[in-house]
Structure formats: structure tokens, C-alpha cells
Ligand binder design. Structure first.
Ligand code: GLN
Length: 435
């Protein structure tokens, strides 16, 4: 393995002998449960945790013949945009030395970019597959909410997140998506794409990677270019020119709600996180209070506090506190309810824009990769970098990030394409024309 700190656990988990992924390695983010193999979520809280069962996506990888070479490094519990908040140290960017790999699935993207795995799985709550794909120069797909089972994914913000593939090419990412997608009795939010699309071949995503965009209409939300870095915009428009040259047409669209999306996202994500992370109390999950420095006494509240003080990092604590605040009796209407209203507005805006366009295009990230260490002291700056990815999770839509050139200084730029619900084939088709 190369020295990018892409893996938290390197342990080969074999799959069945044949199947569509036989002979290939698929690295798995460390918040996806693997039976008998540690699943830490990048947190000291779960440093010793070994799940007794496989996540549904892991069972499907094994059945498809894939070998899992290990569990990849990530921002603690998926909370971050740079993969610097892991209790197991930061991940380096194999495509841009000295810069962050993006996050929170930075280990998965780095493993693919460095050739330490053929393919990888990440999870995307607000951009965590697409951002590292963009920063590391690989392909990442965030599926429609409900396409992929979340059973065995350790929840951060469950109404927003999906597991998604990372790969060197669109076709390989699409193929991996076909393996993990599909309804699951153990996740009641899953849907059958064949029923949703009326297409019996709905799961054959790889065949959609044919590069044929002749006649396709591409909407460009102006809100997602405002304030974006100049070098990023340059590469973005060059990619749109490419699509035009292949017979697609583009027009600008207005989605006024998008300027509020990142705020709404963080209120909802932190609220759900504060609830989902309540289980890490040293009783149900996490190191028991008796093993913390101060030990256990008879006060339960003090015991919980000790476990959380020792087990959670700064960013996780910040989010649990802010989420608890946003949900508290006096403030719920002011923050949480308002954020839900904004979420509904974002959904409506996307639906309208997708009536006049097959896909919507924007830079995946408004900025090139940060230098390592740069964003740790300024969480707000890091949150704002998620402006283009988070609206898609609020609207539960599918999106892909494909490489779209580099800045003058050689930093990877990613282009994001968003489609209608269960319209994975449209974004795969458009993406395959570019990468
Ligand atoms: N950067 C976003 C956050 O910190 C997205 C993370 C993710 O998708 N898991 O919440």
C-alpha cells in the first residue's frame, strides 16, 4: 500500500469465486459494517468496535466476487470536507501533494487515485463521495435516496445520505453502482429502480456510459457559479464546450433557493447527527466509562460525559452541541423547522429546473483542494465549500462528479451533473462523455 494513510484497517476480505467483480478490489469506507473486521468511523469512540454483521452493500460486494482490501480512512463519523478530522490521522492527496484529498470519504478516493484499490465505496451525506472524487481526480456517484441500502451504514444524517461508488472511470463507477443498488428488506427507505423508472434494465448502469449526449439538454444553475474560483470556472466552461461539441445544448437556469441550501443542510445534518450519535454513550456503543481516565462513579450523566469527552473529536462535539441546540424546545421552530421549509423549496426548484433540462451541471466544488491544515481553524469556511454538493442531498437526487481538467497549478477540478430521481443513467451518460 502507498503511504497516503488511505486505510485505517488493511485486511483482505475475500468474496465469492465468481461474479461480475471477480478479481477486482473494492475498498470500503470505515463507516460501513464488515463482519469480524473493525469499523471505526474514523473515531476513537469505535477504535475497538468489530461489527457482528455485514452491511447489505458488503454482502453484495462479496456475492459479486469482489475482494475488499481494507477499510478506508474518513473524517470522524463522516463530518468533514477534507479527511483531516479522523482519529487515525489525515489522508494525503495522491493527485496533489500537500493538499487535502477532500472528504469525508478521502481514504476511498485516495485509495482509487493511488491505485491501492480498483474501486471503492464511500458515503455521501452532503458531498462526501463527490468532493473527494473531485479533489483526487476520480469519478464518484451519489445515488438517488433509496436506491442503495443503508443497512449497516453507521448513520450520520440518515435522511440525507447514500452509499456511493468511486472509480477511475465512469463506466467502472456505474458497474459498481449496479452491484450495490436495489431494494433491501432491511432498509424500508429503499425503492426498486425498475418500478420507479418502468425500465426492466434499470440496474444496467454500465451500459449508459456510452458518451452519447447528442440532443441532451444541460441546465447550468447560475447560483452555483457565483463566487466560484476562477480557475475552476474556466475548466467548468471548457467541459460544457466539450458537451456542446458532442451535440448537447446548454442553458442557464435559476434556482434561487440554492443560496440557502448550505445553511439548511448544516442545521438538518447536525440535528440528525445529535440524535444518531446518542448511542455512543459507553453503554450501547463506545468505550465504557470505567476505561476512561477518570473512571466510572455512580453518576450516569458524568459517565456519559466522560465517554464522549474522551471518544469524540472537536468537530463531532461541535455538531452534536449545535444539533441539540437547533432541536431544543425554544429553538426548534426558529432553526429546524425553517431548515425543513428551505429543504422543500430546494426540492421544488430542482424539480422545476429538471423539467427543462435532462441534467444540471456545475463545478462539484467551488474551489480547488485546500492546502493541508488550512481549513481546520475555520469550520465555517469548510462548511461553505459544500455549497454545490449539499443541495443535491436535500433534494434526494442522483449526481456524479467527473474529472474536468486541472487548474494552472495542477490541482484537479471536478464537474458535477445532477439528474432527476432515479435518473442515474442520464448523469452517467453525460459524465461518460467527459471522462
Ligand atoms: N462535508 C459535509 C459535512 O461535513 C458532507 C459530509 C458527508 O457527506 N458525509 O457534513
Amino acid at each position: 500500500m502507498s503511504g497516503y494513510n488511505a486505510y485505517i484497517t488493511s485486511e483482505s476480505i475475500p468474496g465469492s469465486e465468481d461474479g461480475p467483480l471477480a478479481g477486482r478490489t473494492v475498498a470500503v469506507k470505515d463507516n460501513i459494517s464488515t463482519e469480524g473486521v473493525p469499523t471505526t468511523c474514523g473515531s476513537a469512540m469505535l477504535a475497538e468496535y468489530v461489527p457482528p454483521y455485514d452491511a447489505t452493500v458488503v454482502s453484495r460486494l462479496k456475492e459479486a466476487g469482489a475482494t475488499i482490501p481494507g477499510k478506508t480512512n474518513m473524517d470522524e463519523f463522516g463530518m468533514g470536507t477534507t479527511t483531516e478530522t479522523s482519529a487515525f490521522g489525515p489522508v494525503e492527496n495522491p493527485a496533489a501533494e500537500g493538499y487535502v484529498p477532500g472528504g469525508s470519504s478521502g481514504g476511498s478516493a485516495a485509495a482509487v487515485a493511488a491505485g491501492d484499490a480498483d474501486l471503492a465505496l464511500g458515503s455521501d451525506t452532503g458531498g462526501s463521495v463527490r468532493c473527494p472524487a473531485a479533489f483526487c481526480g476520480v469519478v464518484g456517484i451519489k445515488p438517488t435516496y433509496g436506491l442503495v441500502s443503508r443497512y449497516g451504514l453507521v448513520a450520520y444524517a440518515n435522511s440525507l445520505e447514500q452509499i456511493g461508488p468511486l472509480a477511475p472511470t465512469v463506466e467502472e463507477a456505474a458497474e459498481l453502482l449496479g452491484v450495490i443498488a436495489g431494494p433491501d428488506d432491511r432498509d424500508a427507505t429503499t425503492r426498486d429502480a425498475r418500478e420507479e423508472t418502468g425500465n426492466g434494465d434499470a440496474y444496467d448502469y454500465a451500459s449508459a456510459a456510452d458518451g452519447d449526449v447528442d440532443g441532451m439538454t444541460v441546465g447550468v444553475p447560475t447560483e452555483l457559479l457565483e463566487g466560484a474560483d476562477e480557475a475552476v470556472c474556466e475548466q467548468f466552461w471548457a467541459a460544457i464546450d466539450d458537451l456542446e461539441a458532442r451535440g448537447a445544448s446548454y442553458h442557464e437556469v435559476d434556482l434561487p433557493s440554492l443560496t440557502h441550501a448550505v445553511e439548511a443542510y448544516y442545521v438538518i445534518a447536525m440535528s440528525e447527527a445529535s440524535s444518531n450519535l446518542a448511542r455512543f454513550d459507553g453503554v450501547r456503543y463506545g468505550l465504557p466509562a470505567s476505561e476512561t481516565e477518570e473512571g466510572y462513579d455512580d453518576d450516569w450523566n458524568a459517565a456519559y460525559a466522560r465517554v464522549r469527552e474522551a471518544g469524540f473529536g472537536e468537530e463531532v462535539k461541535r455538531r452534536v452541541l449545535l444539533g441539540t441546540y437547533a432541536l431544543s424546545a425554544g429553538y426548534q421552530d426558529k432553526y429546524y423547522k425553517k431548515a425543513q421549509d428551505a429543504r422543500a423549496w430546494v426540492k421544488r426548484d430542482f424539480d422545476e429546473a429538471l423539467e427543462s433540462a435532462d441534467v444540471l451541471a456545475s463545478p462539484t466544488m467551488p474551489v480547488p483542494p485546500f492546502e493541508r491544515g488550512e481549513s481546520l481553524d475555520d469550520p465555517l469556511k469548510m462548511y461553505l465549500a459544500d455549497a454545490n454538493t449539499t443541495p443535491v442531498n436535500l433534494a434526494n437526487l442522483p449526481a456524479i462528479s467527473v474529472p474536468a481538467g486541472e487548474t494552472d497549478t495542477g490541482l484537479p477540478v471536478g464537474l458535477q451533473l445532477v439528474g432527476p430521481a432515479f435518473g442515474e443513467k442520464a448523469v452517467i451518460r453525460a459524465g461518460s462523455a467527459l471522462a
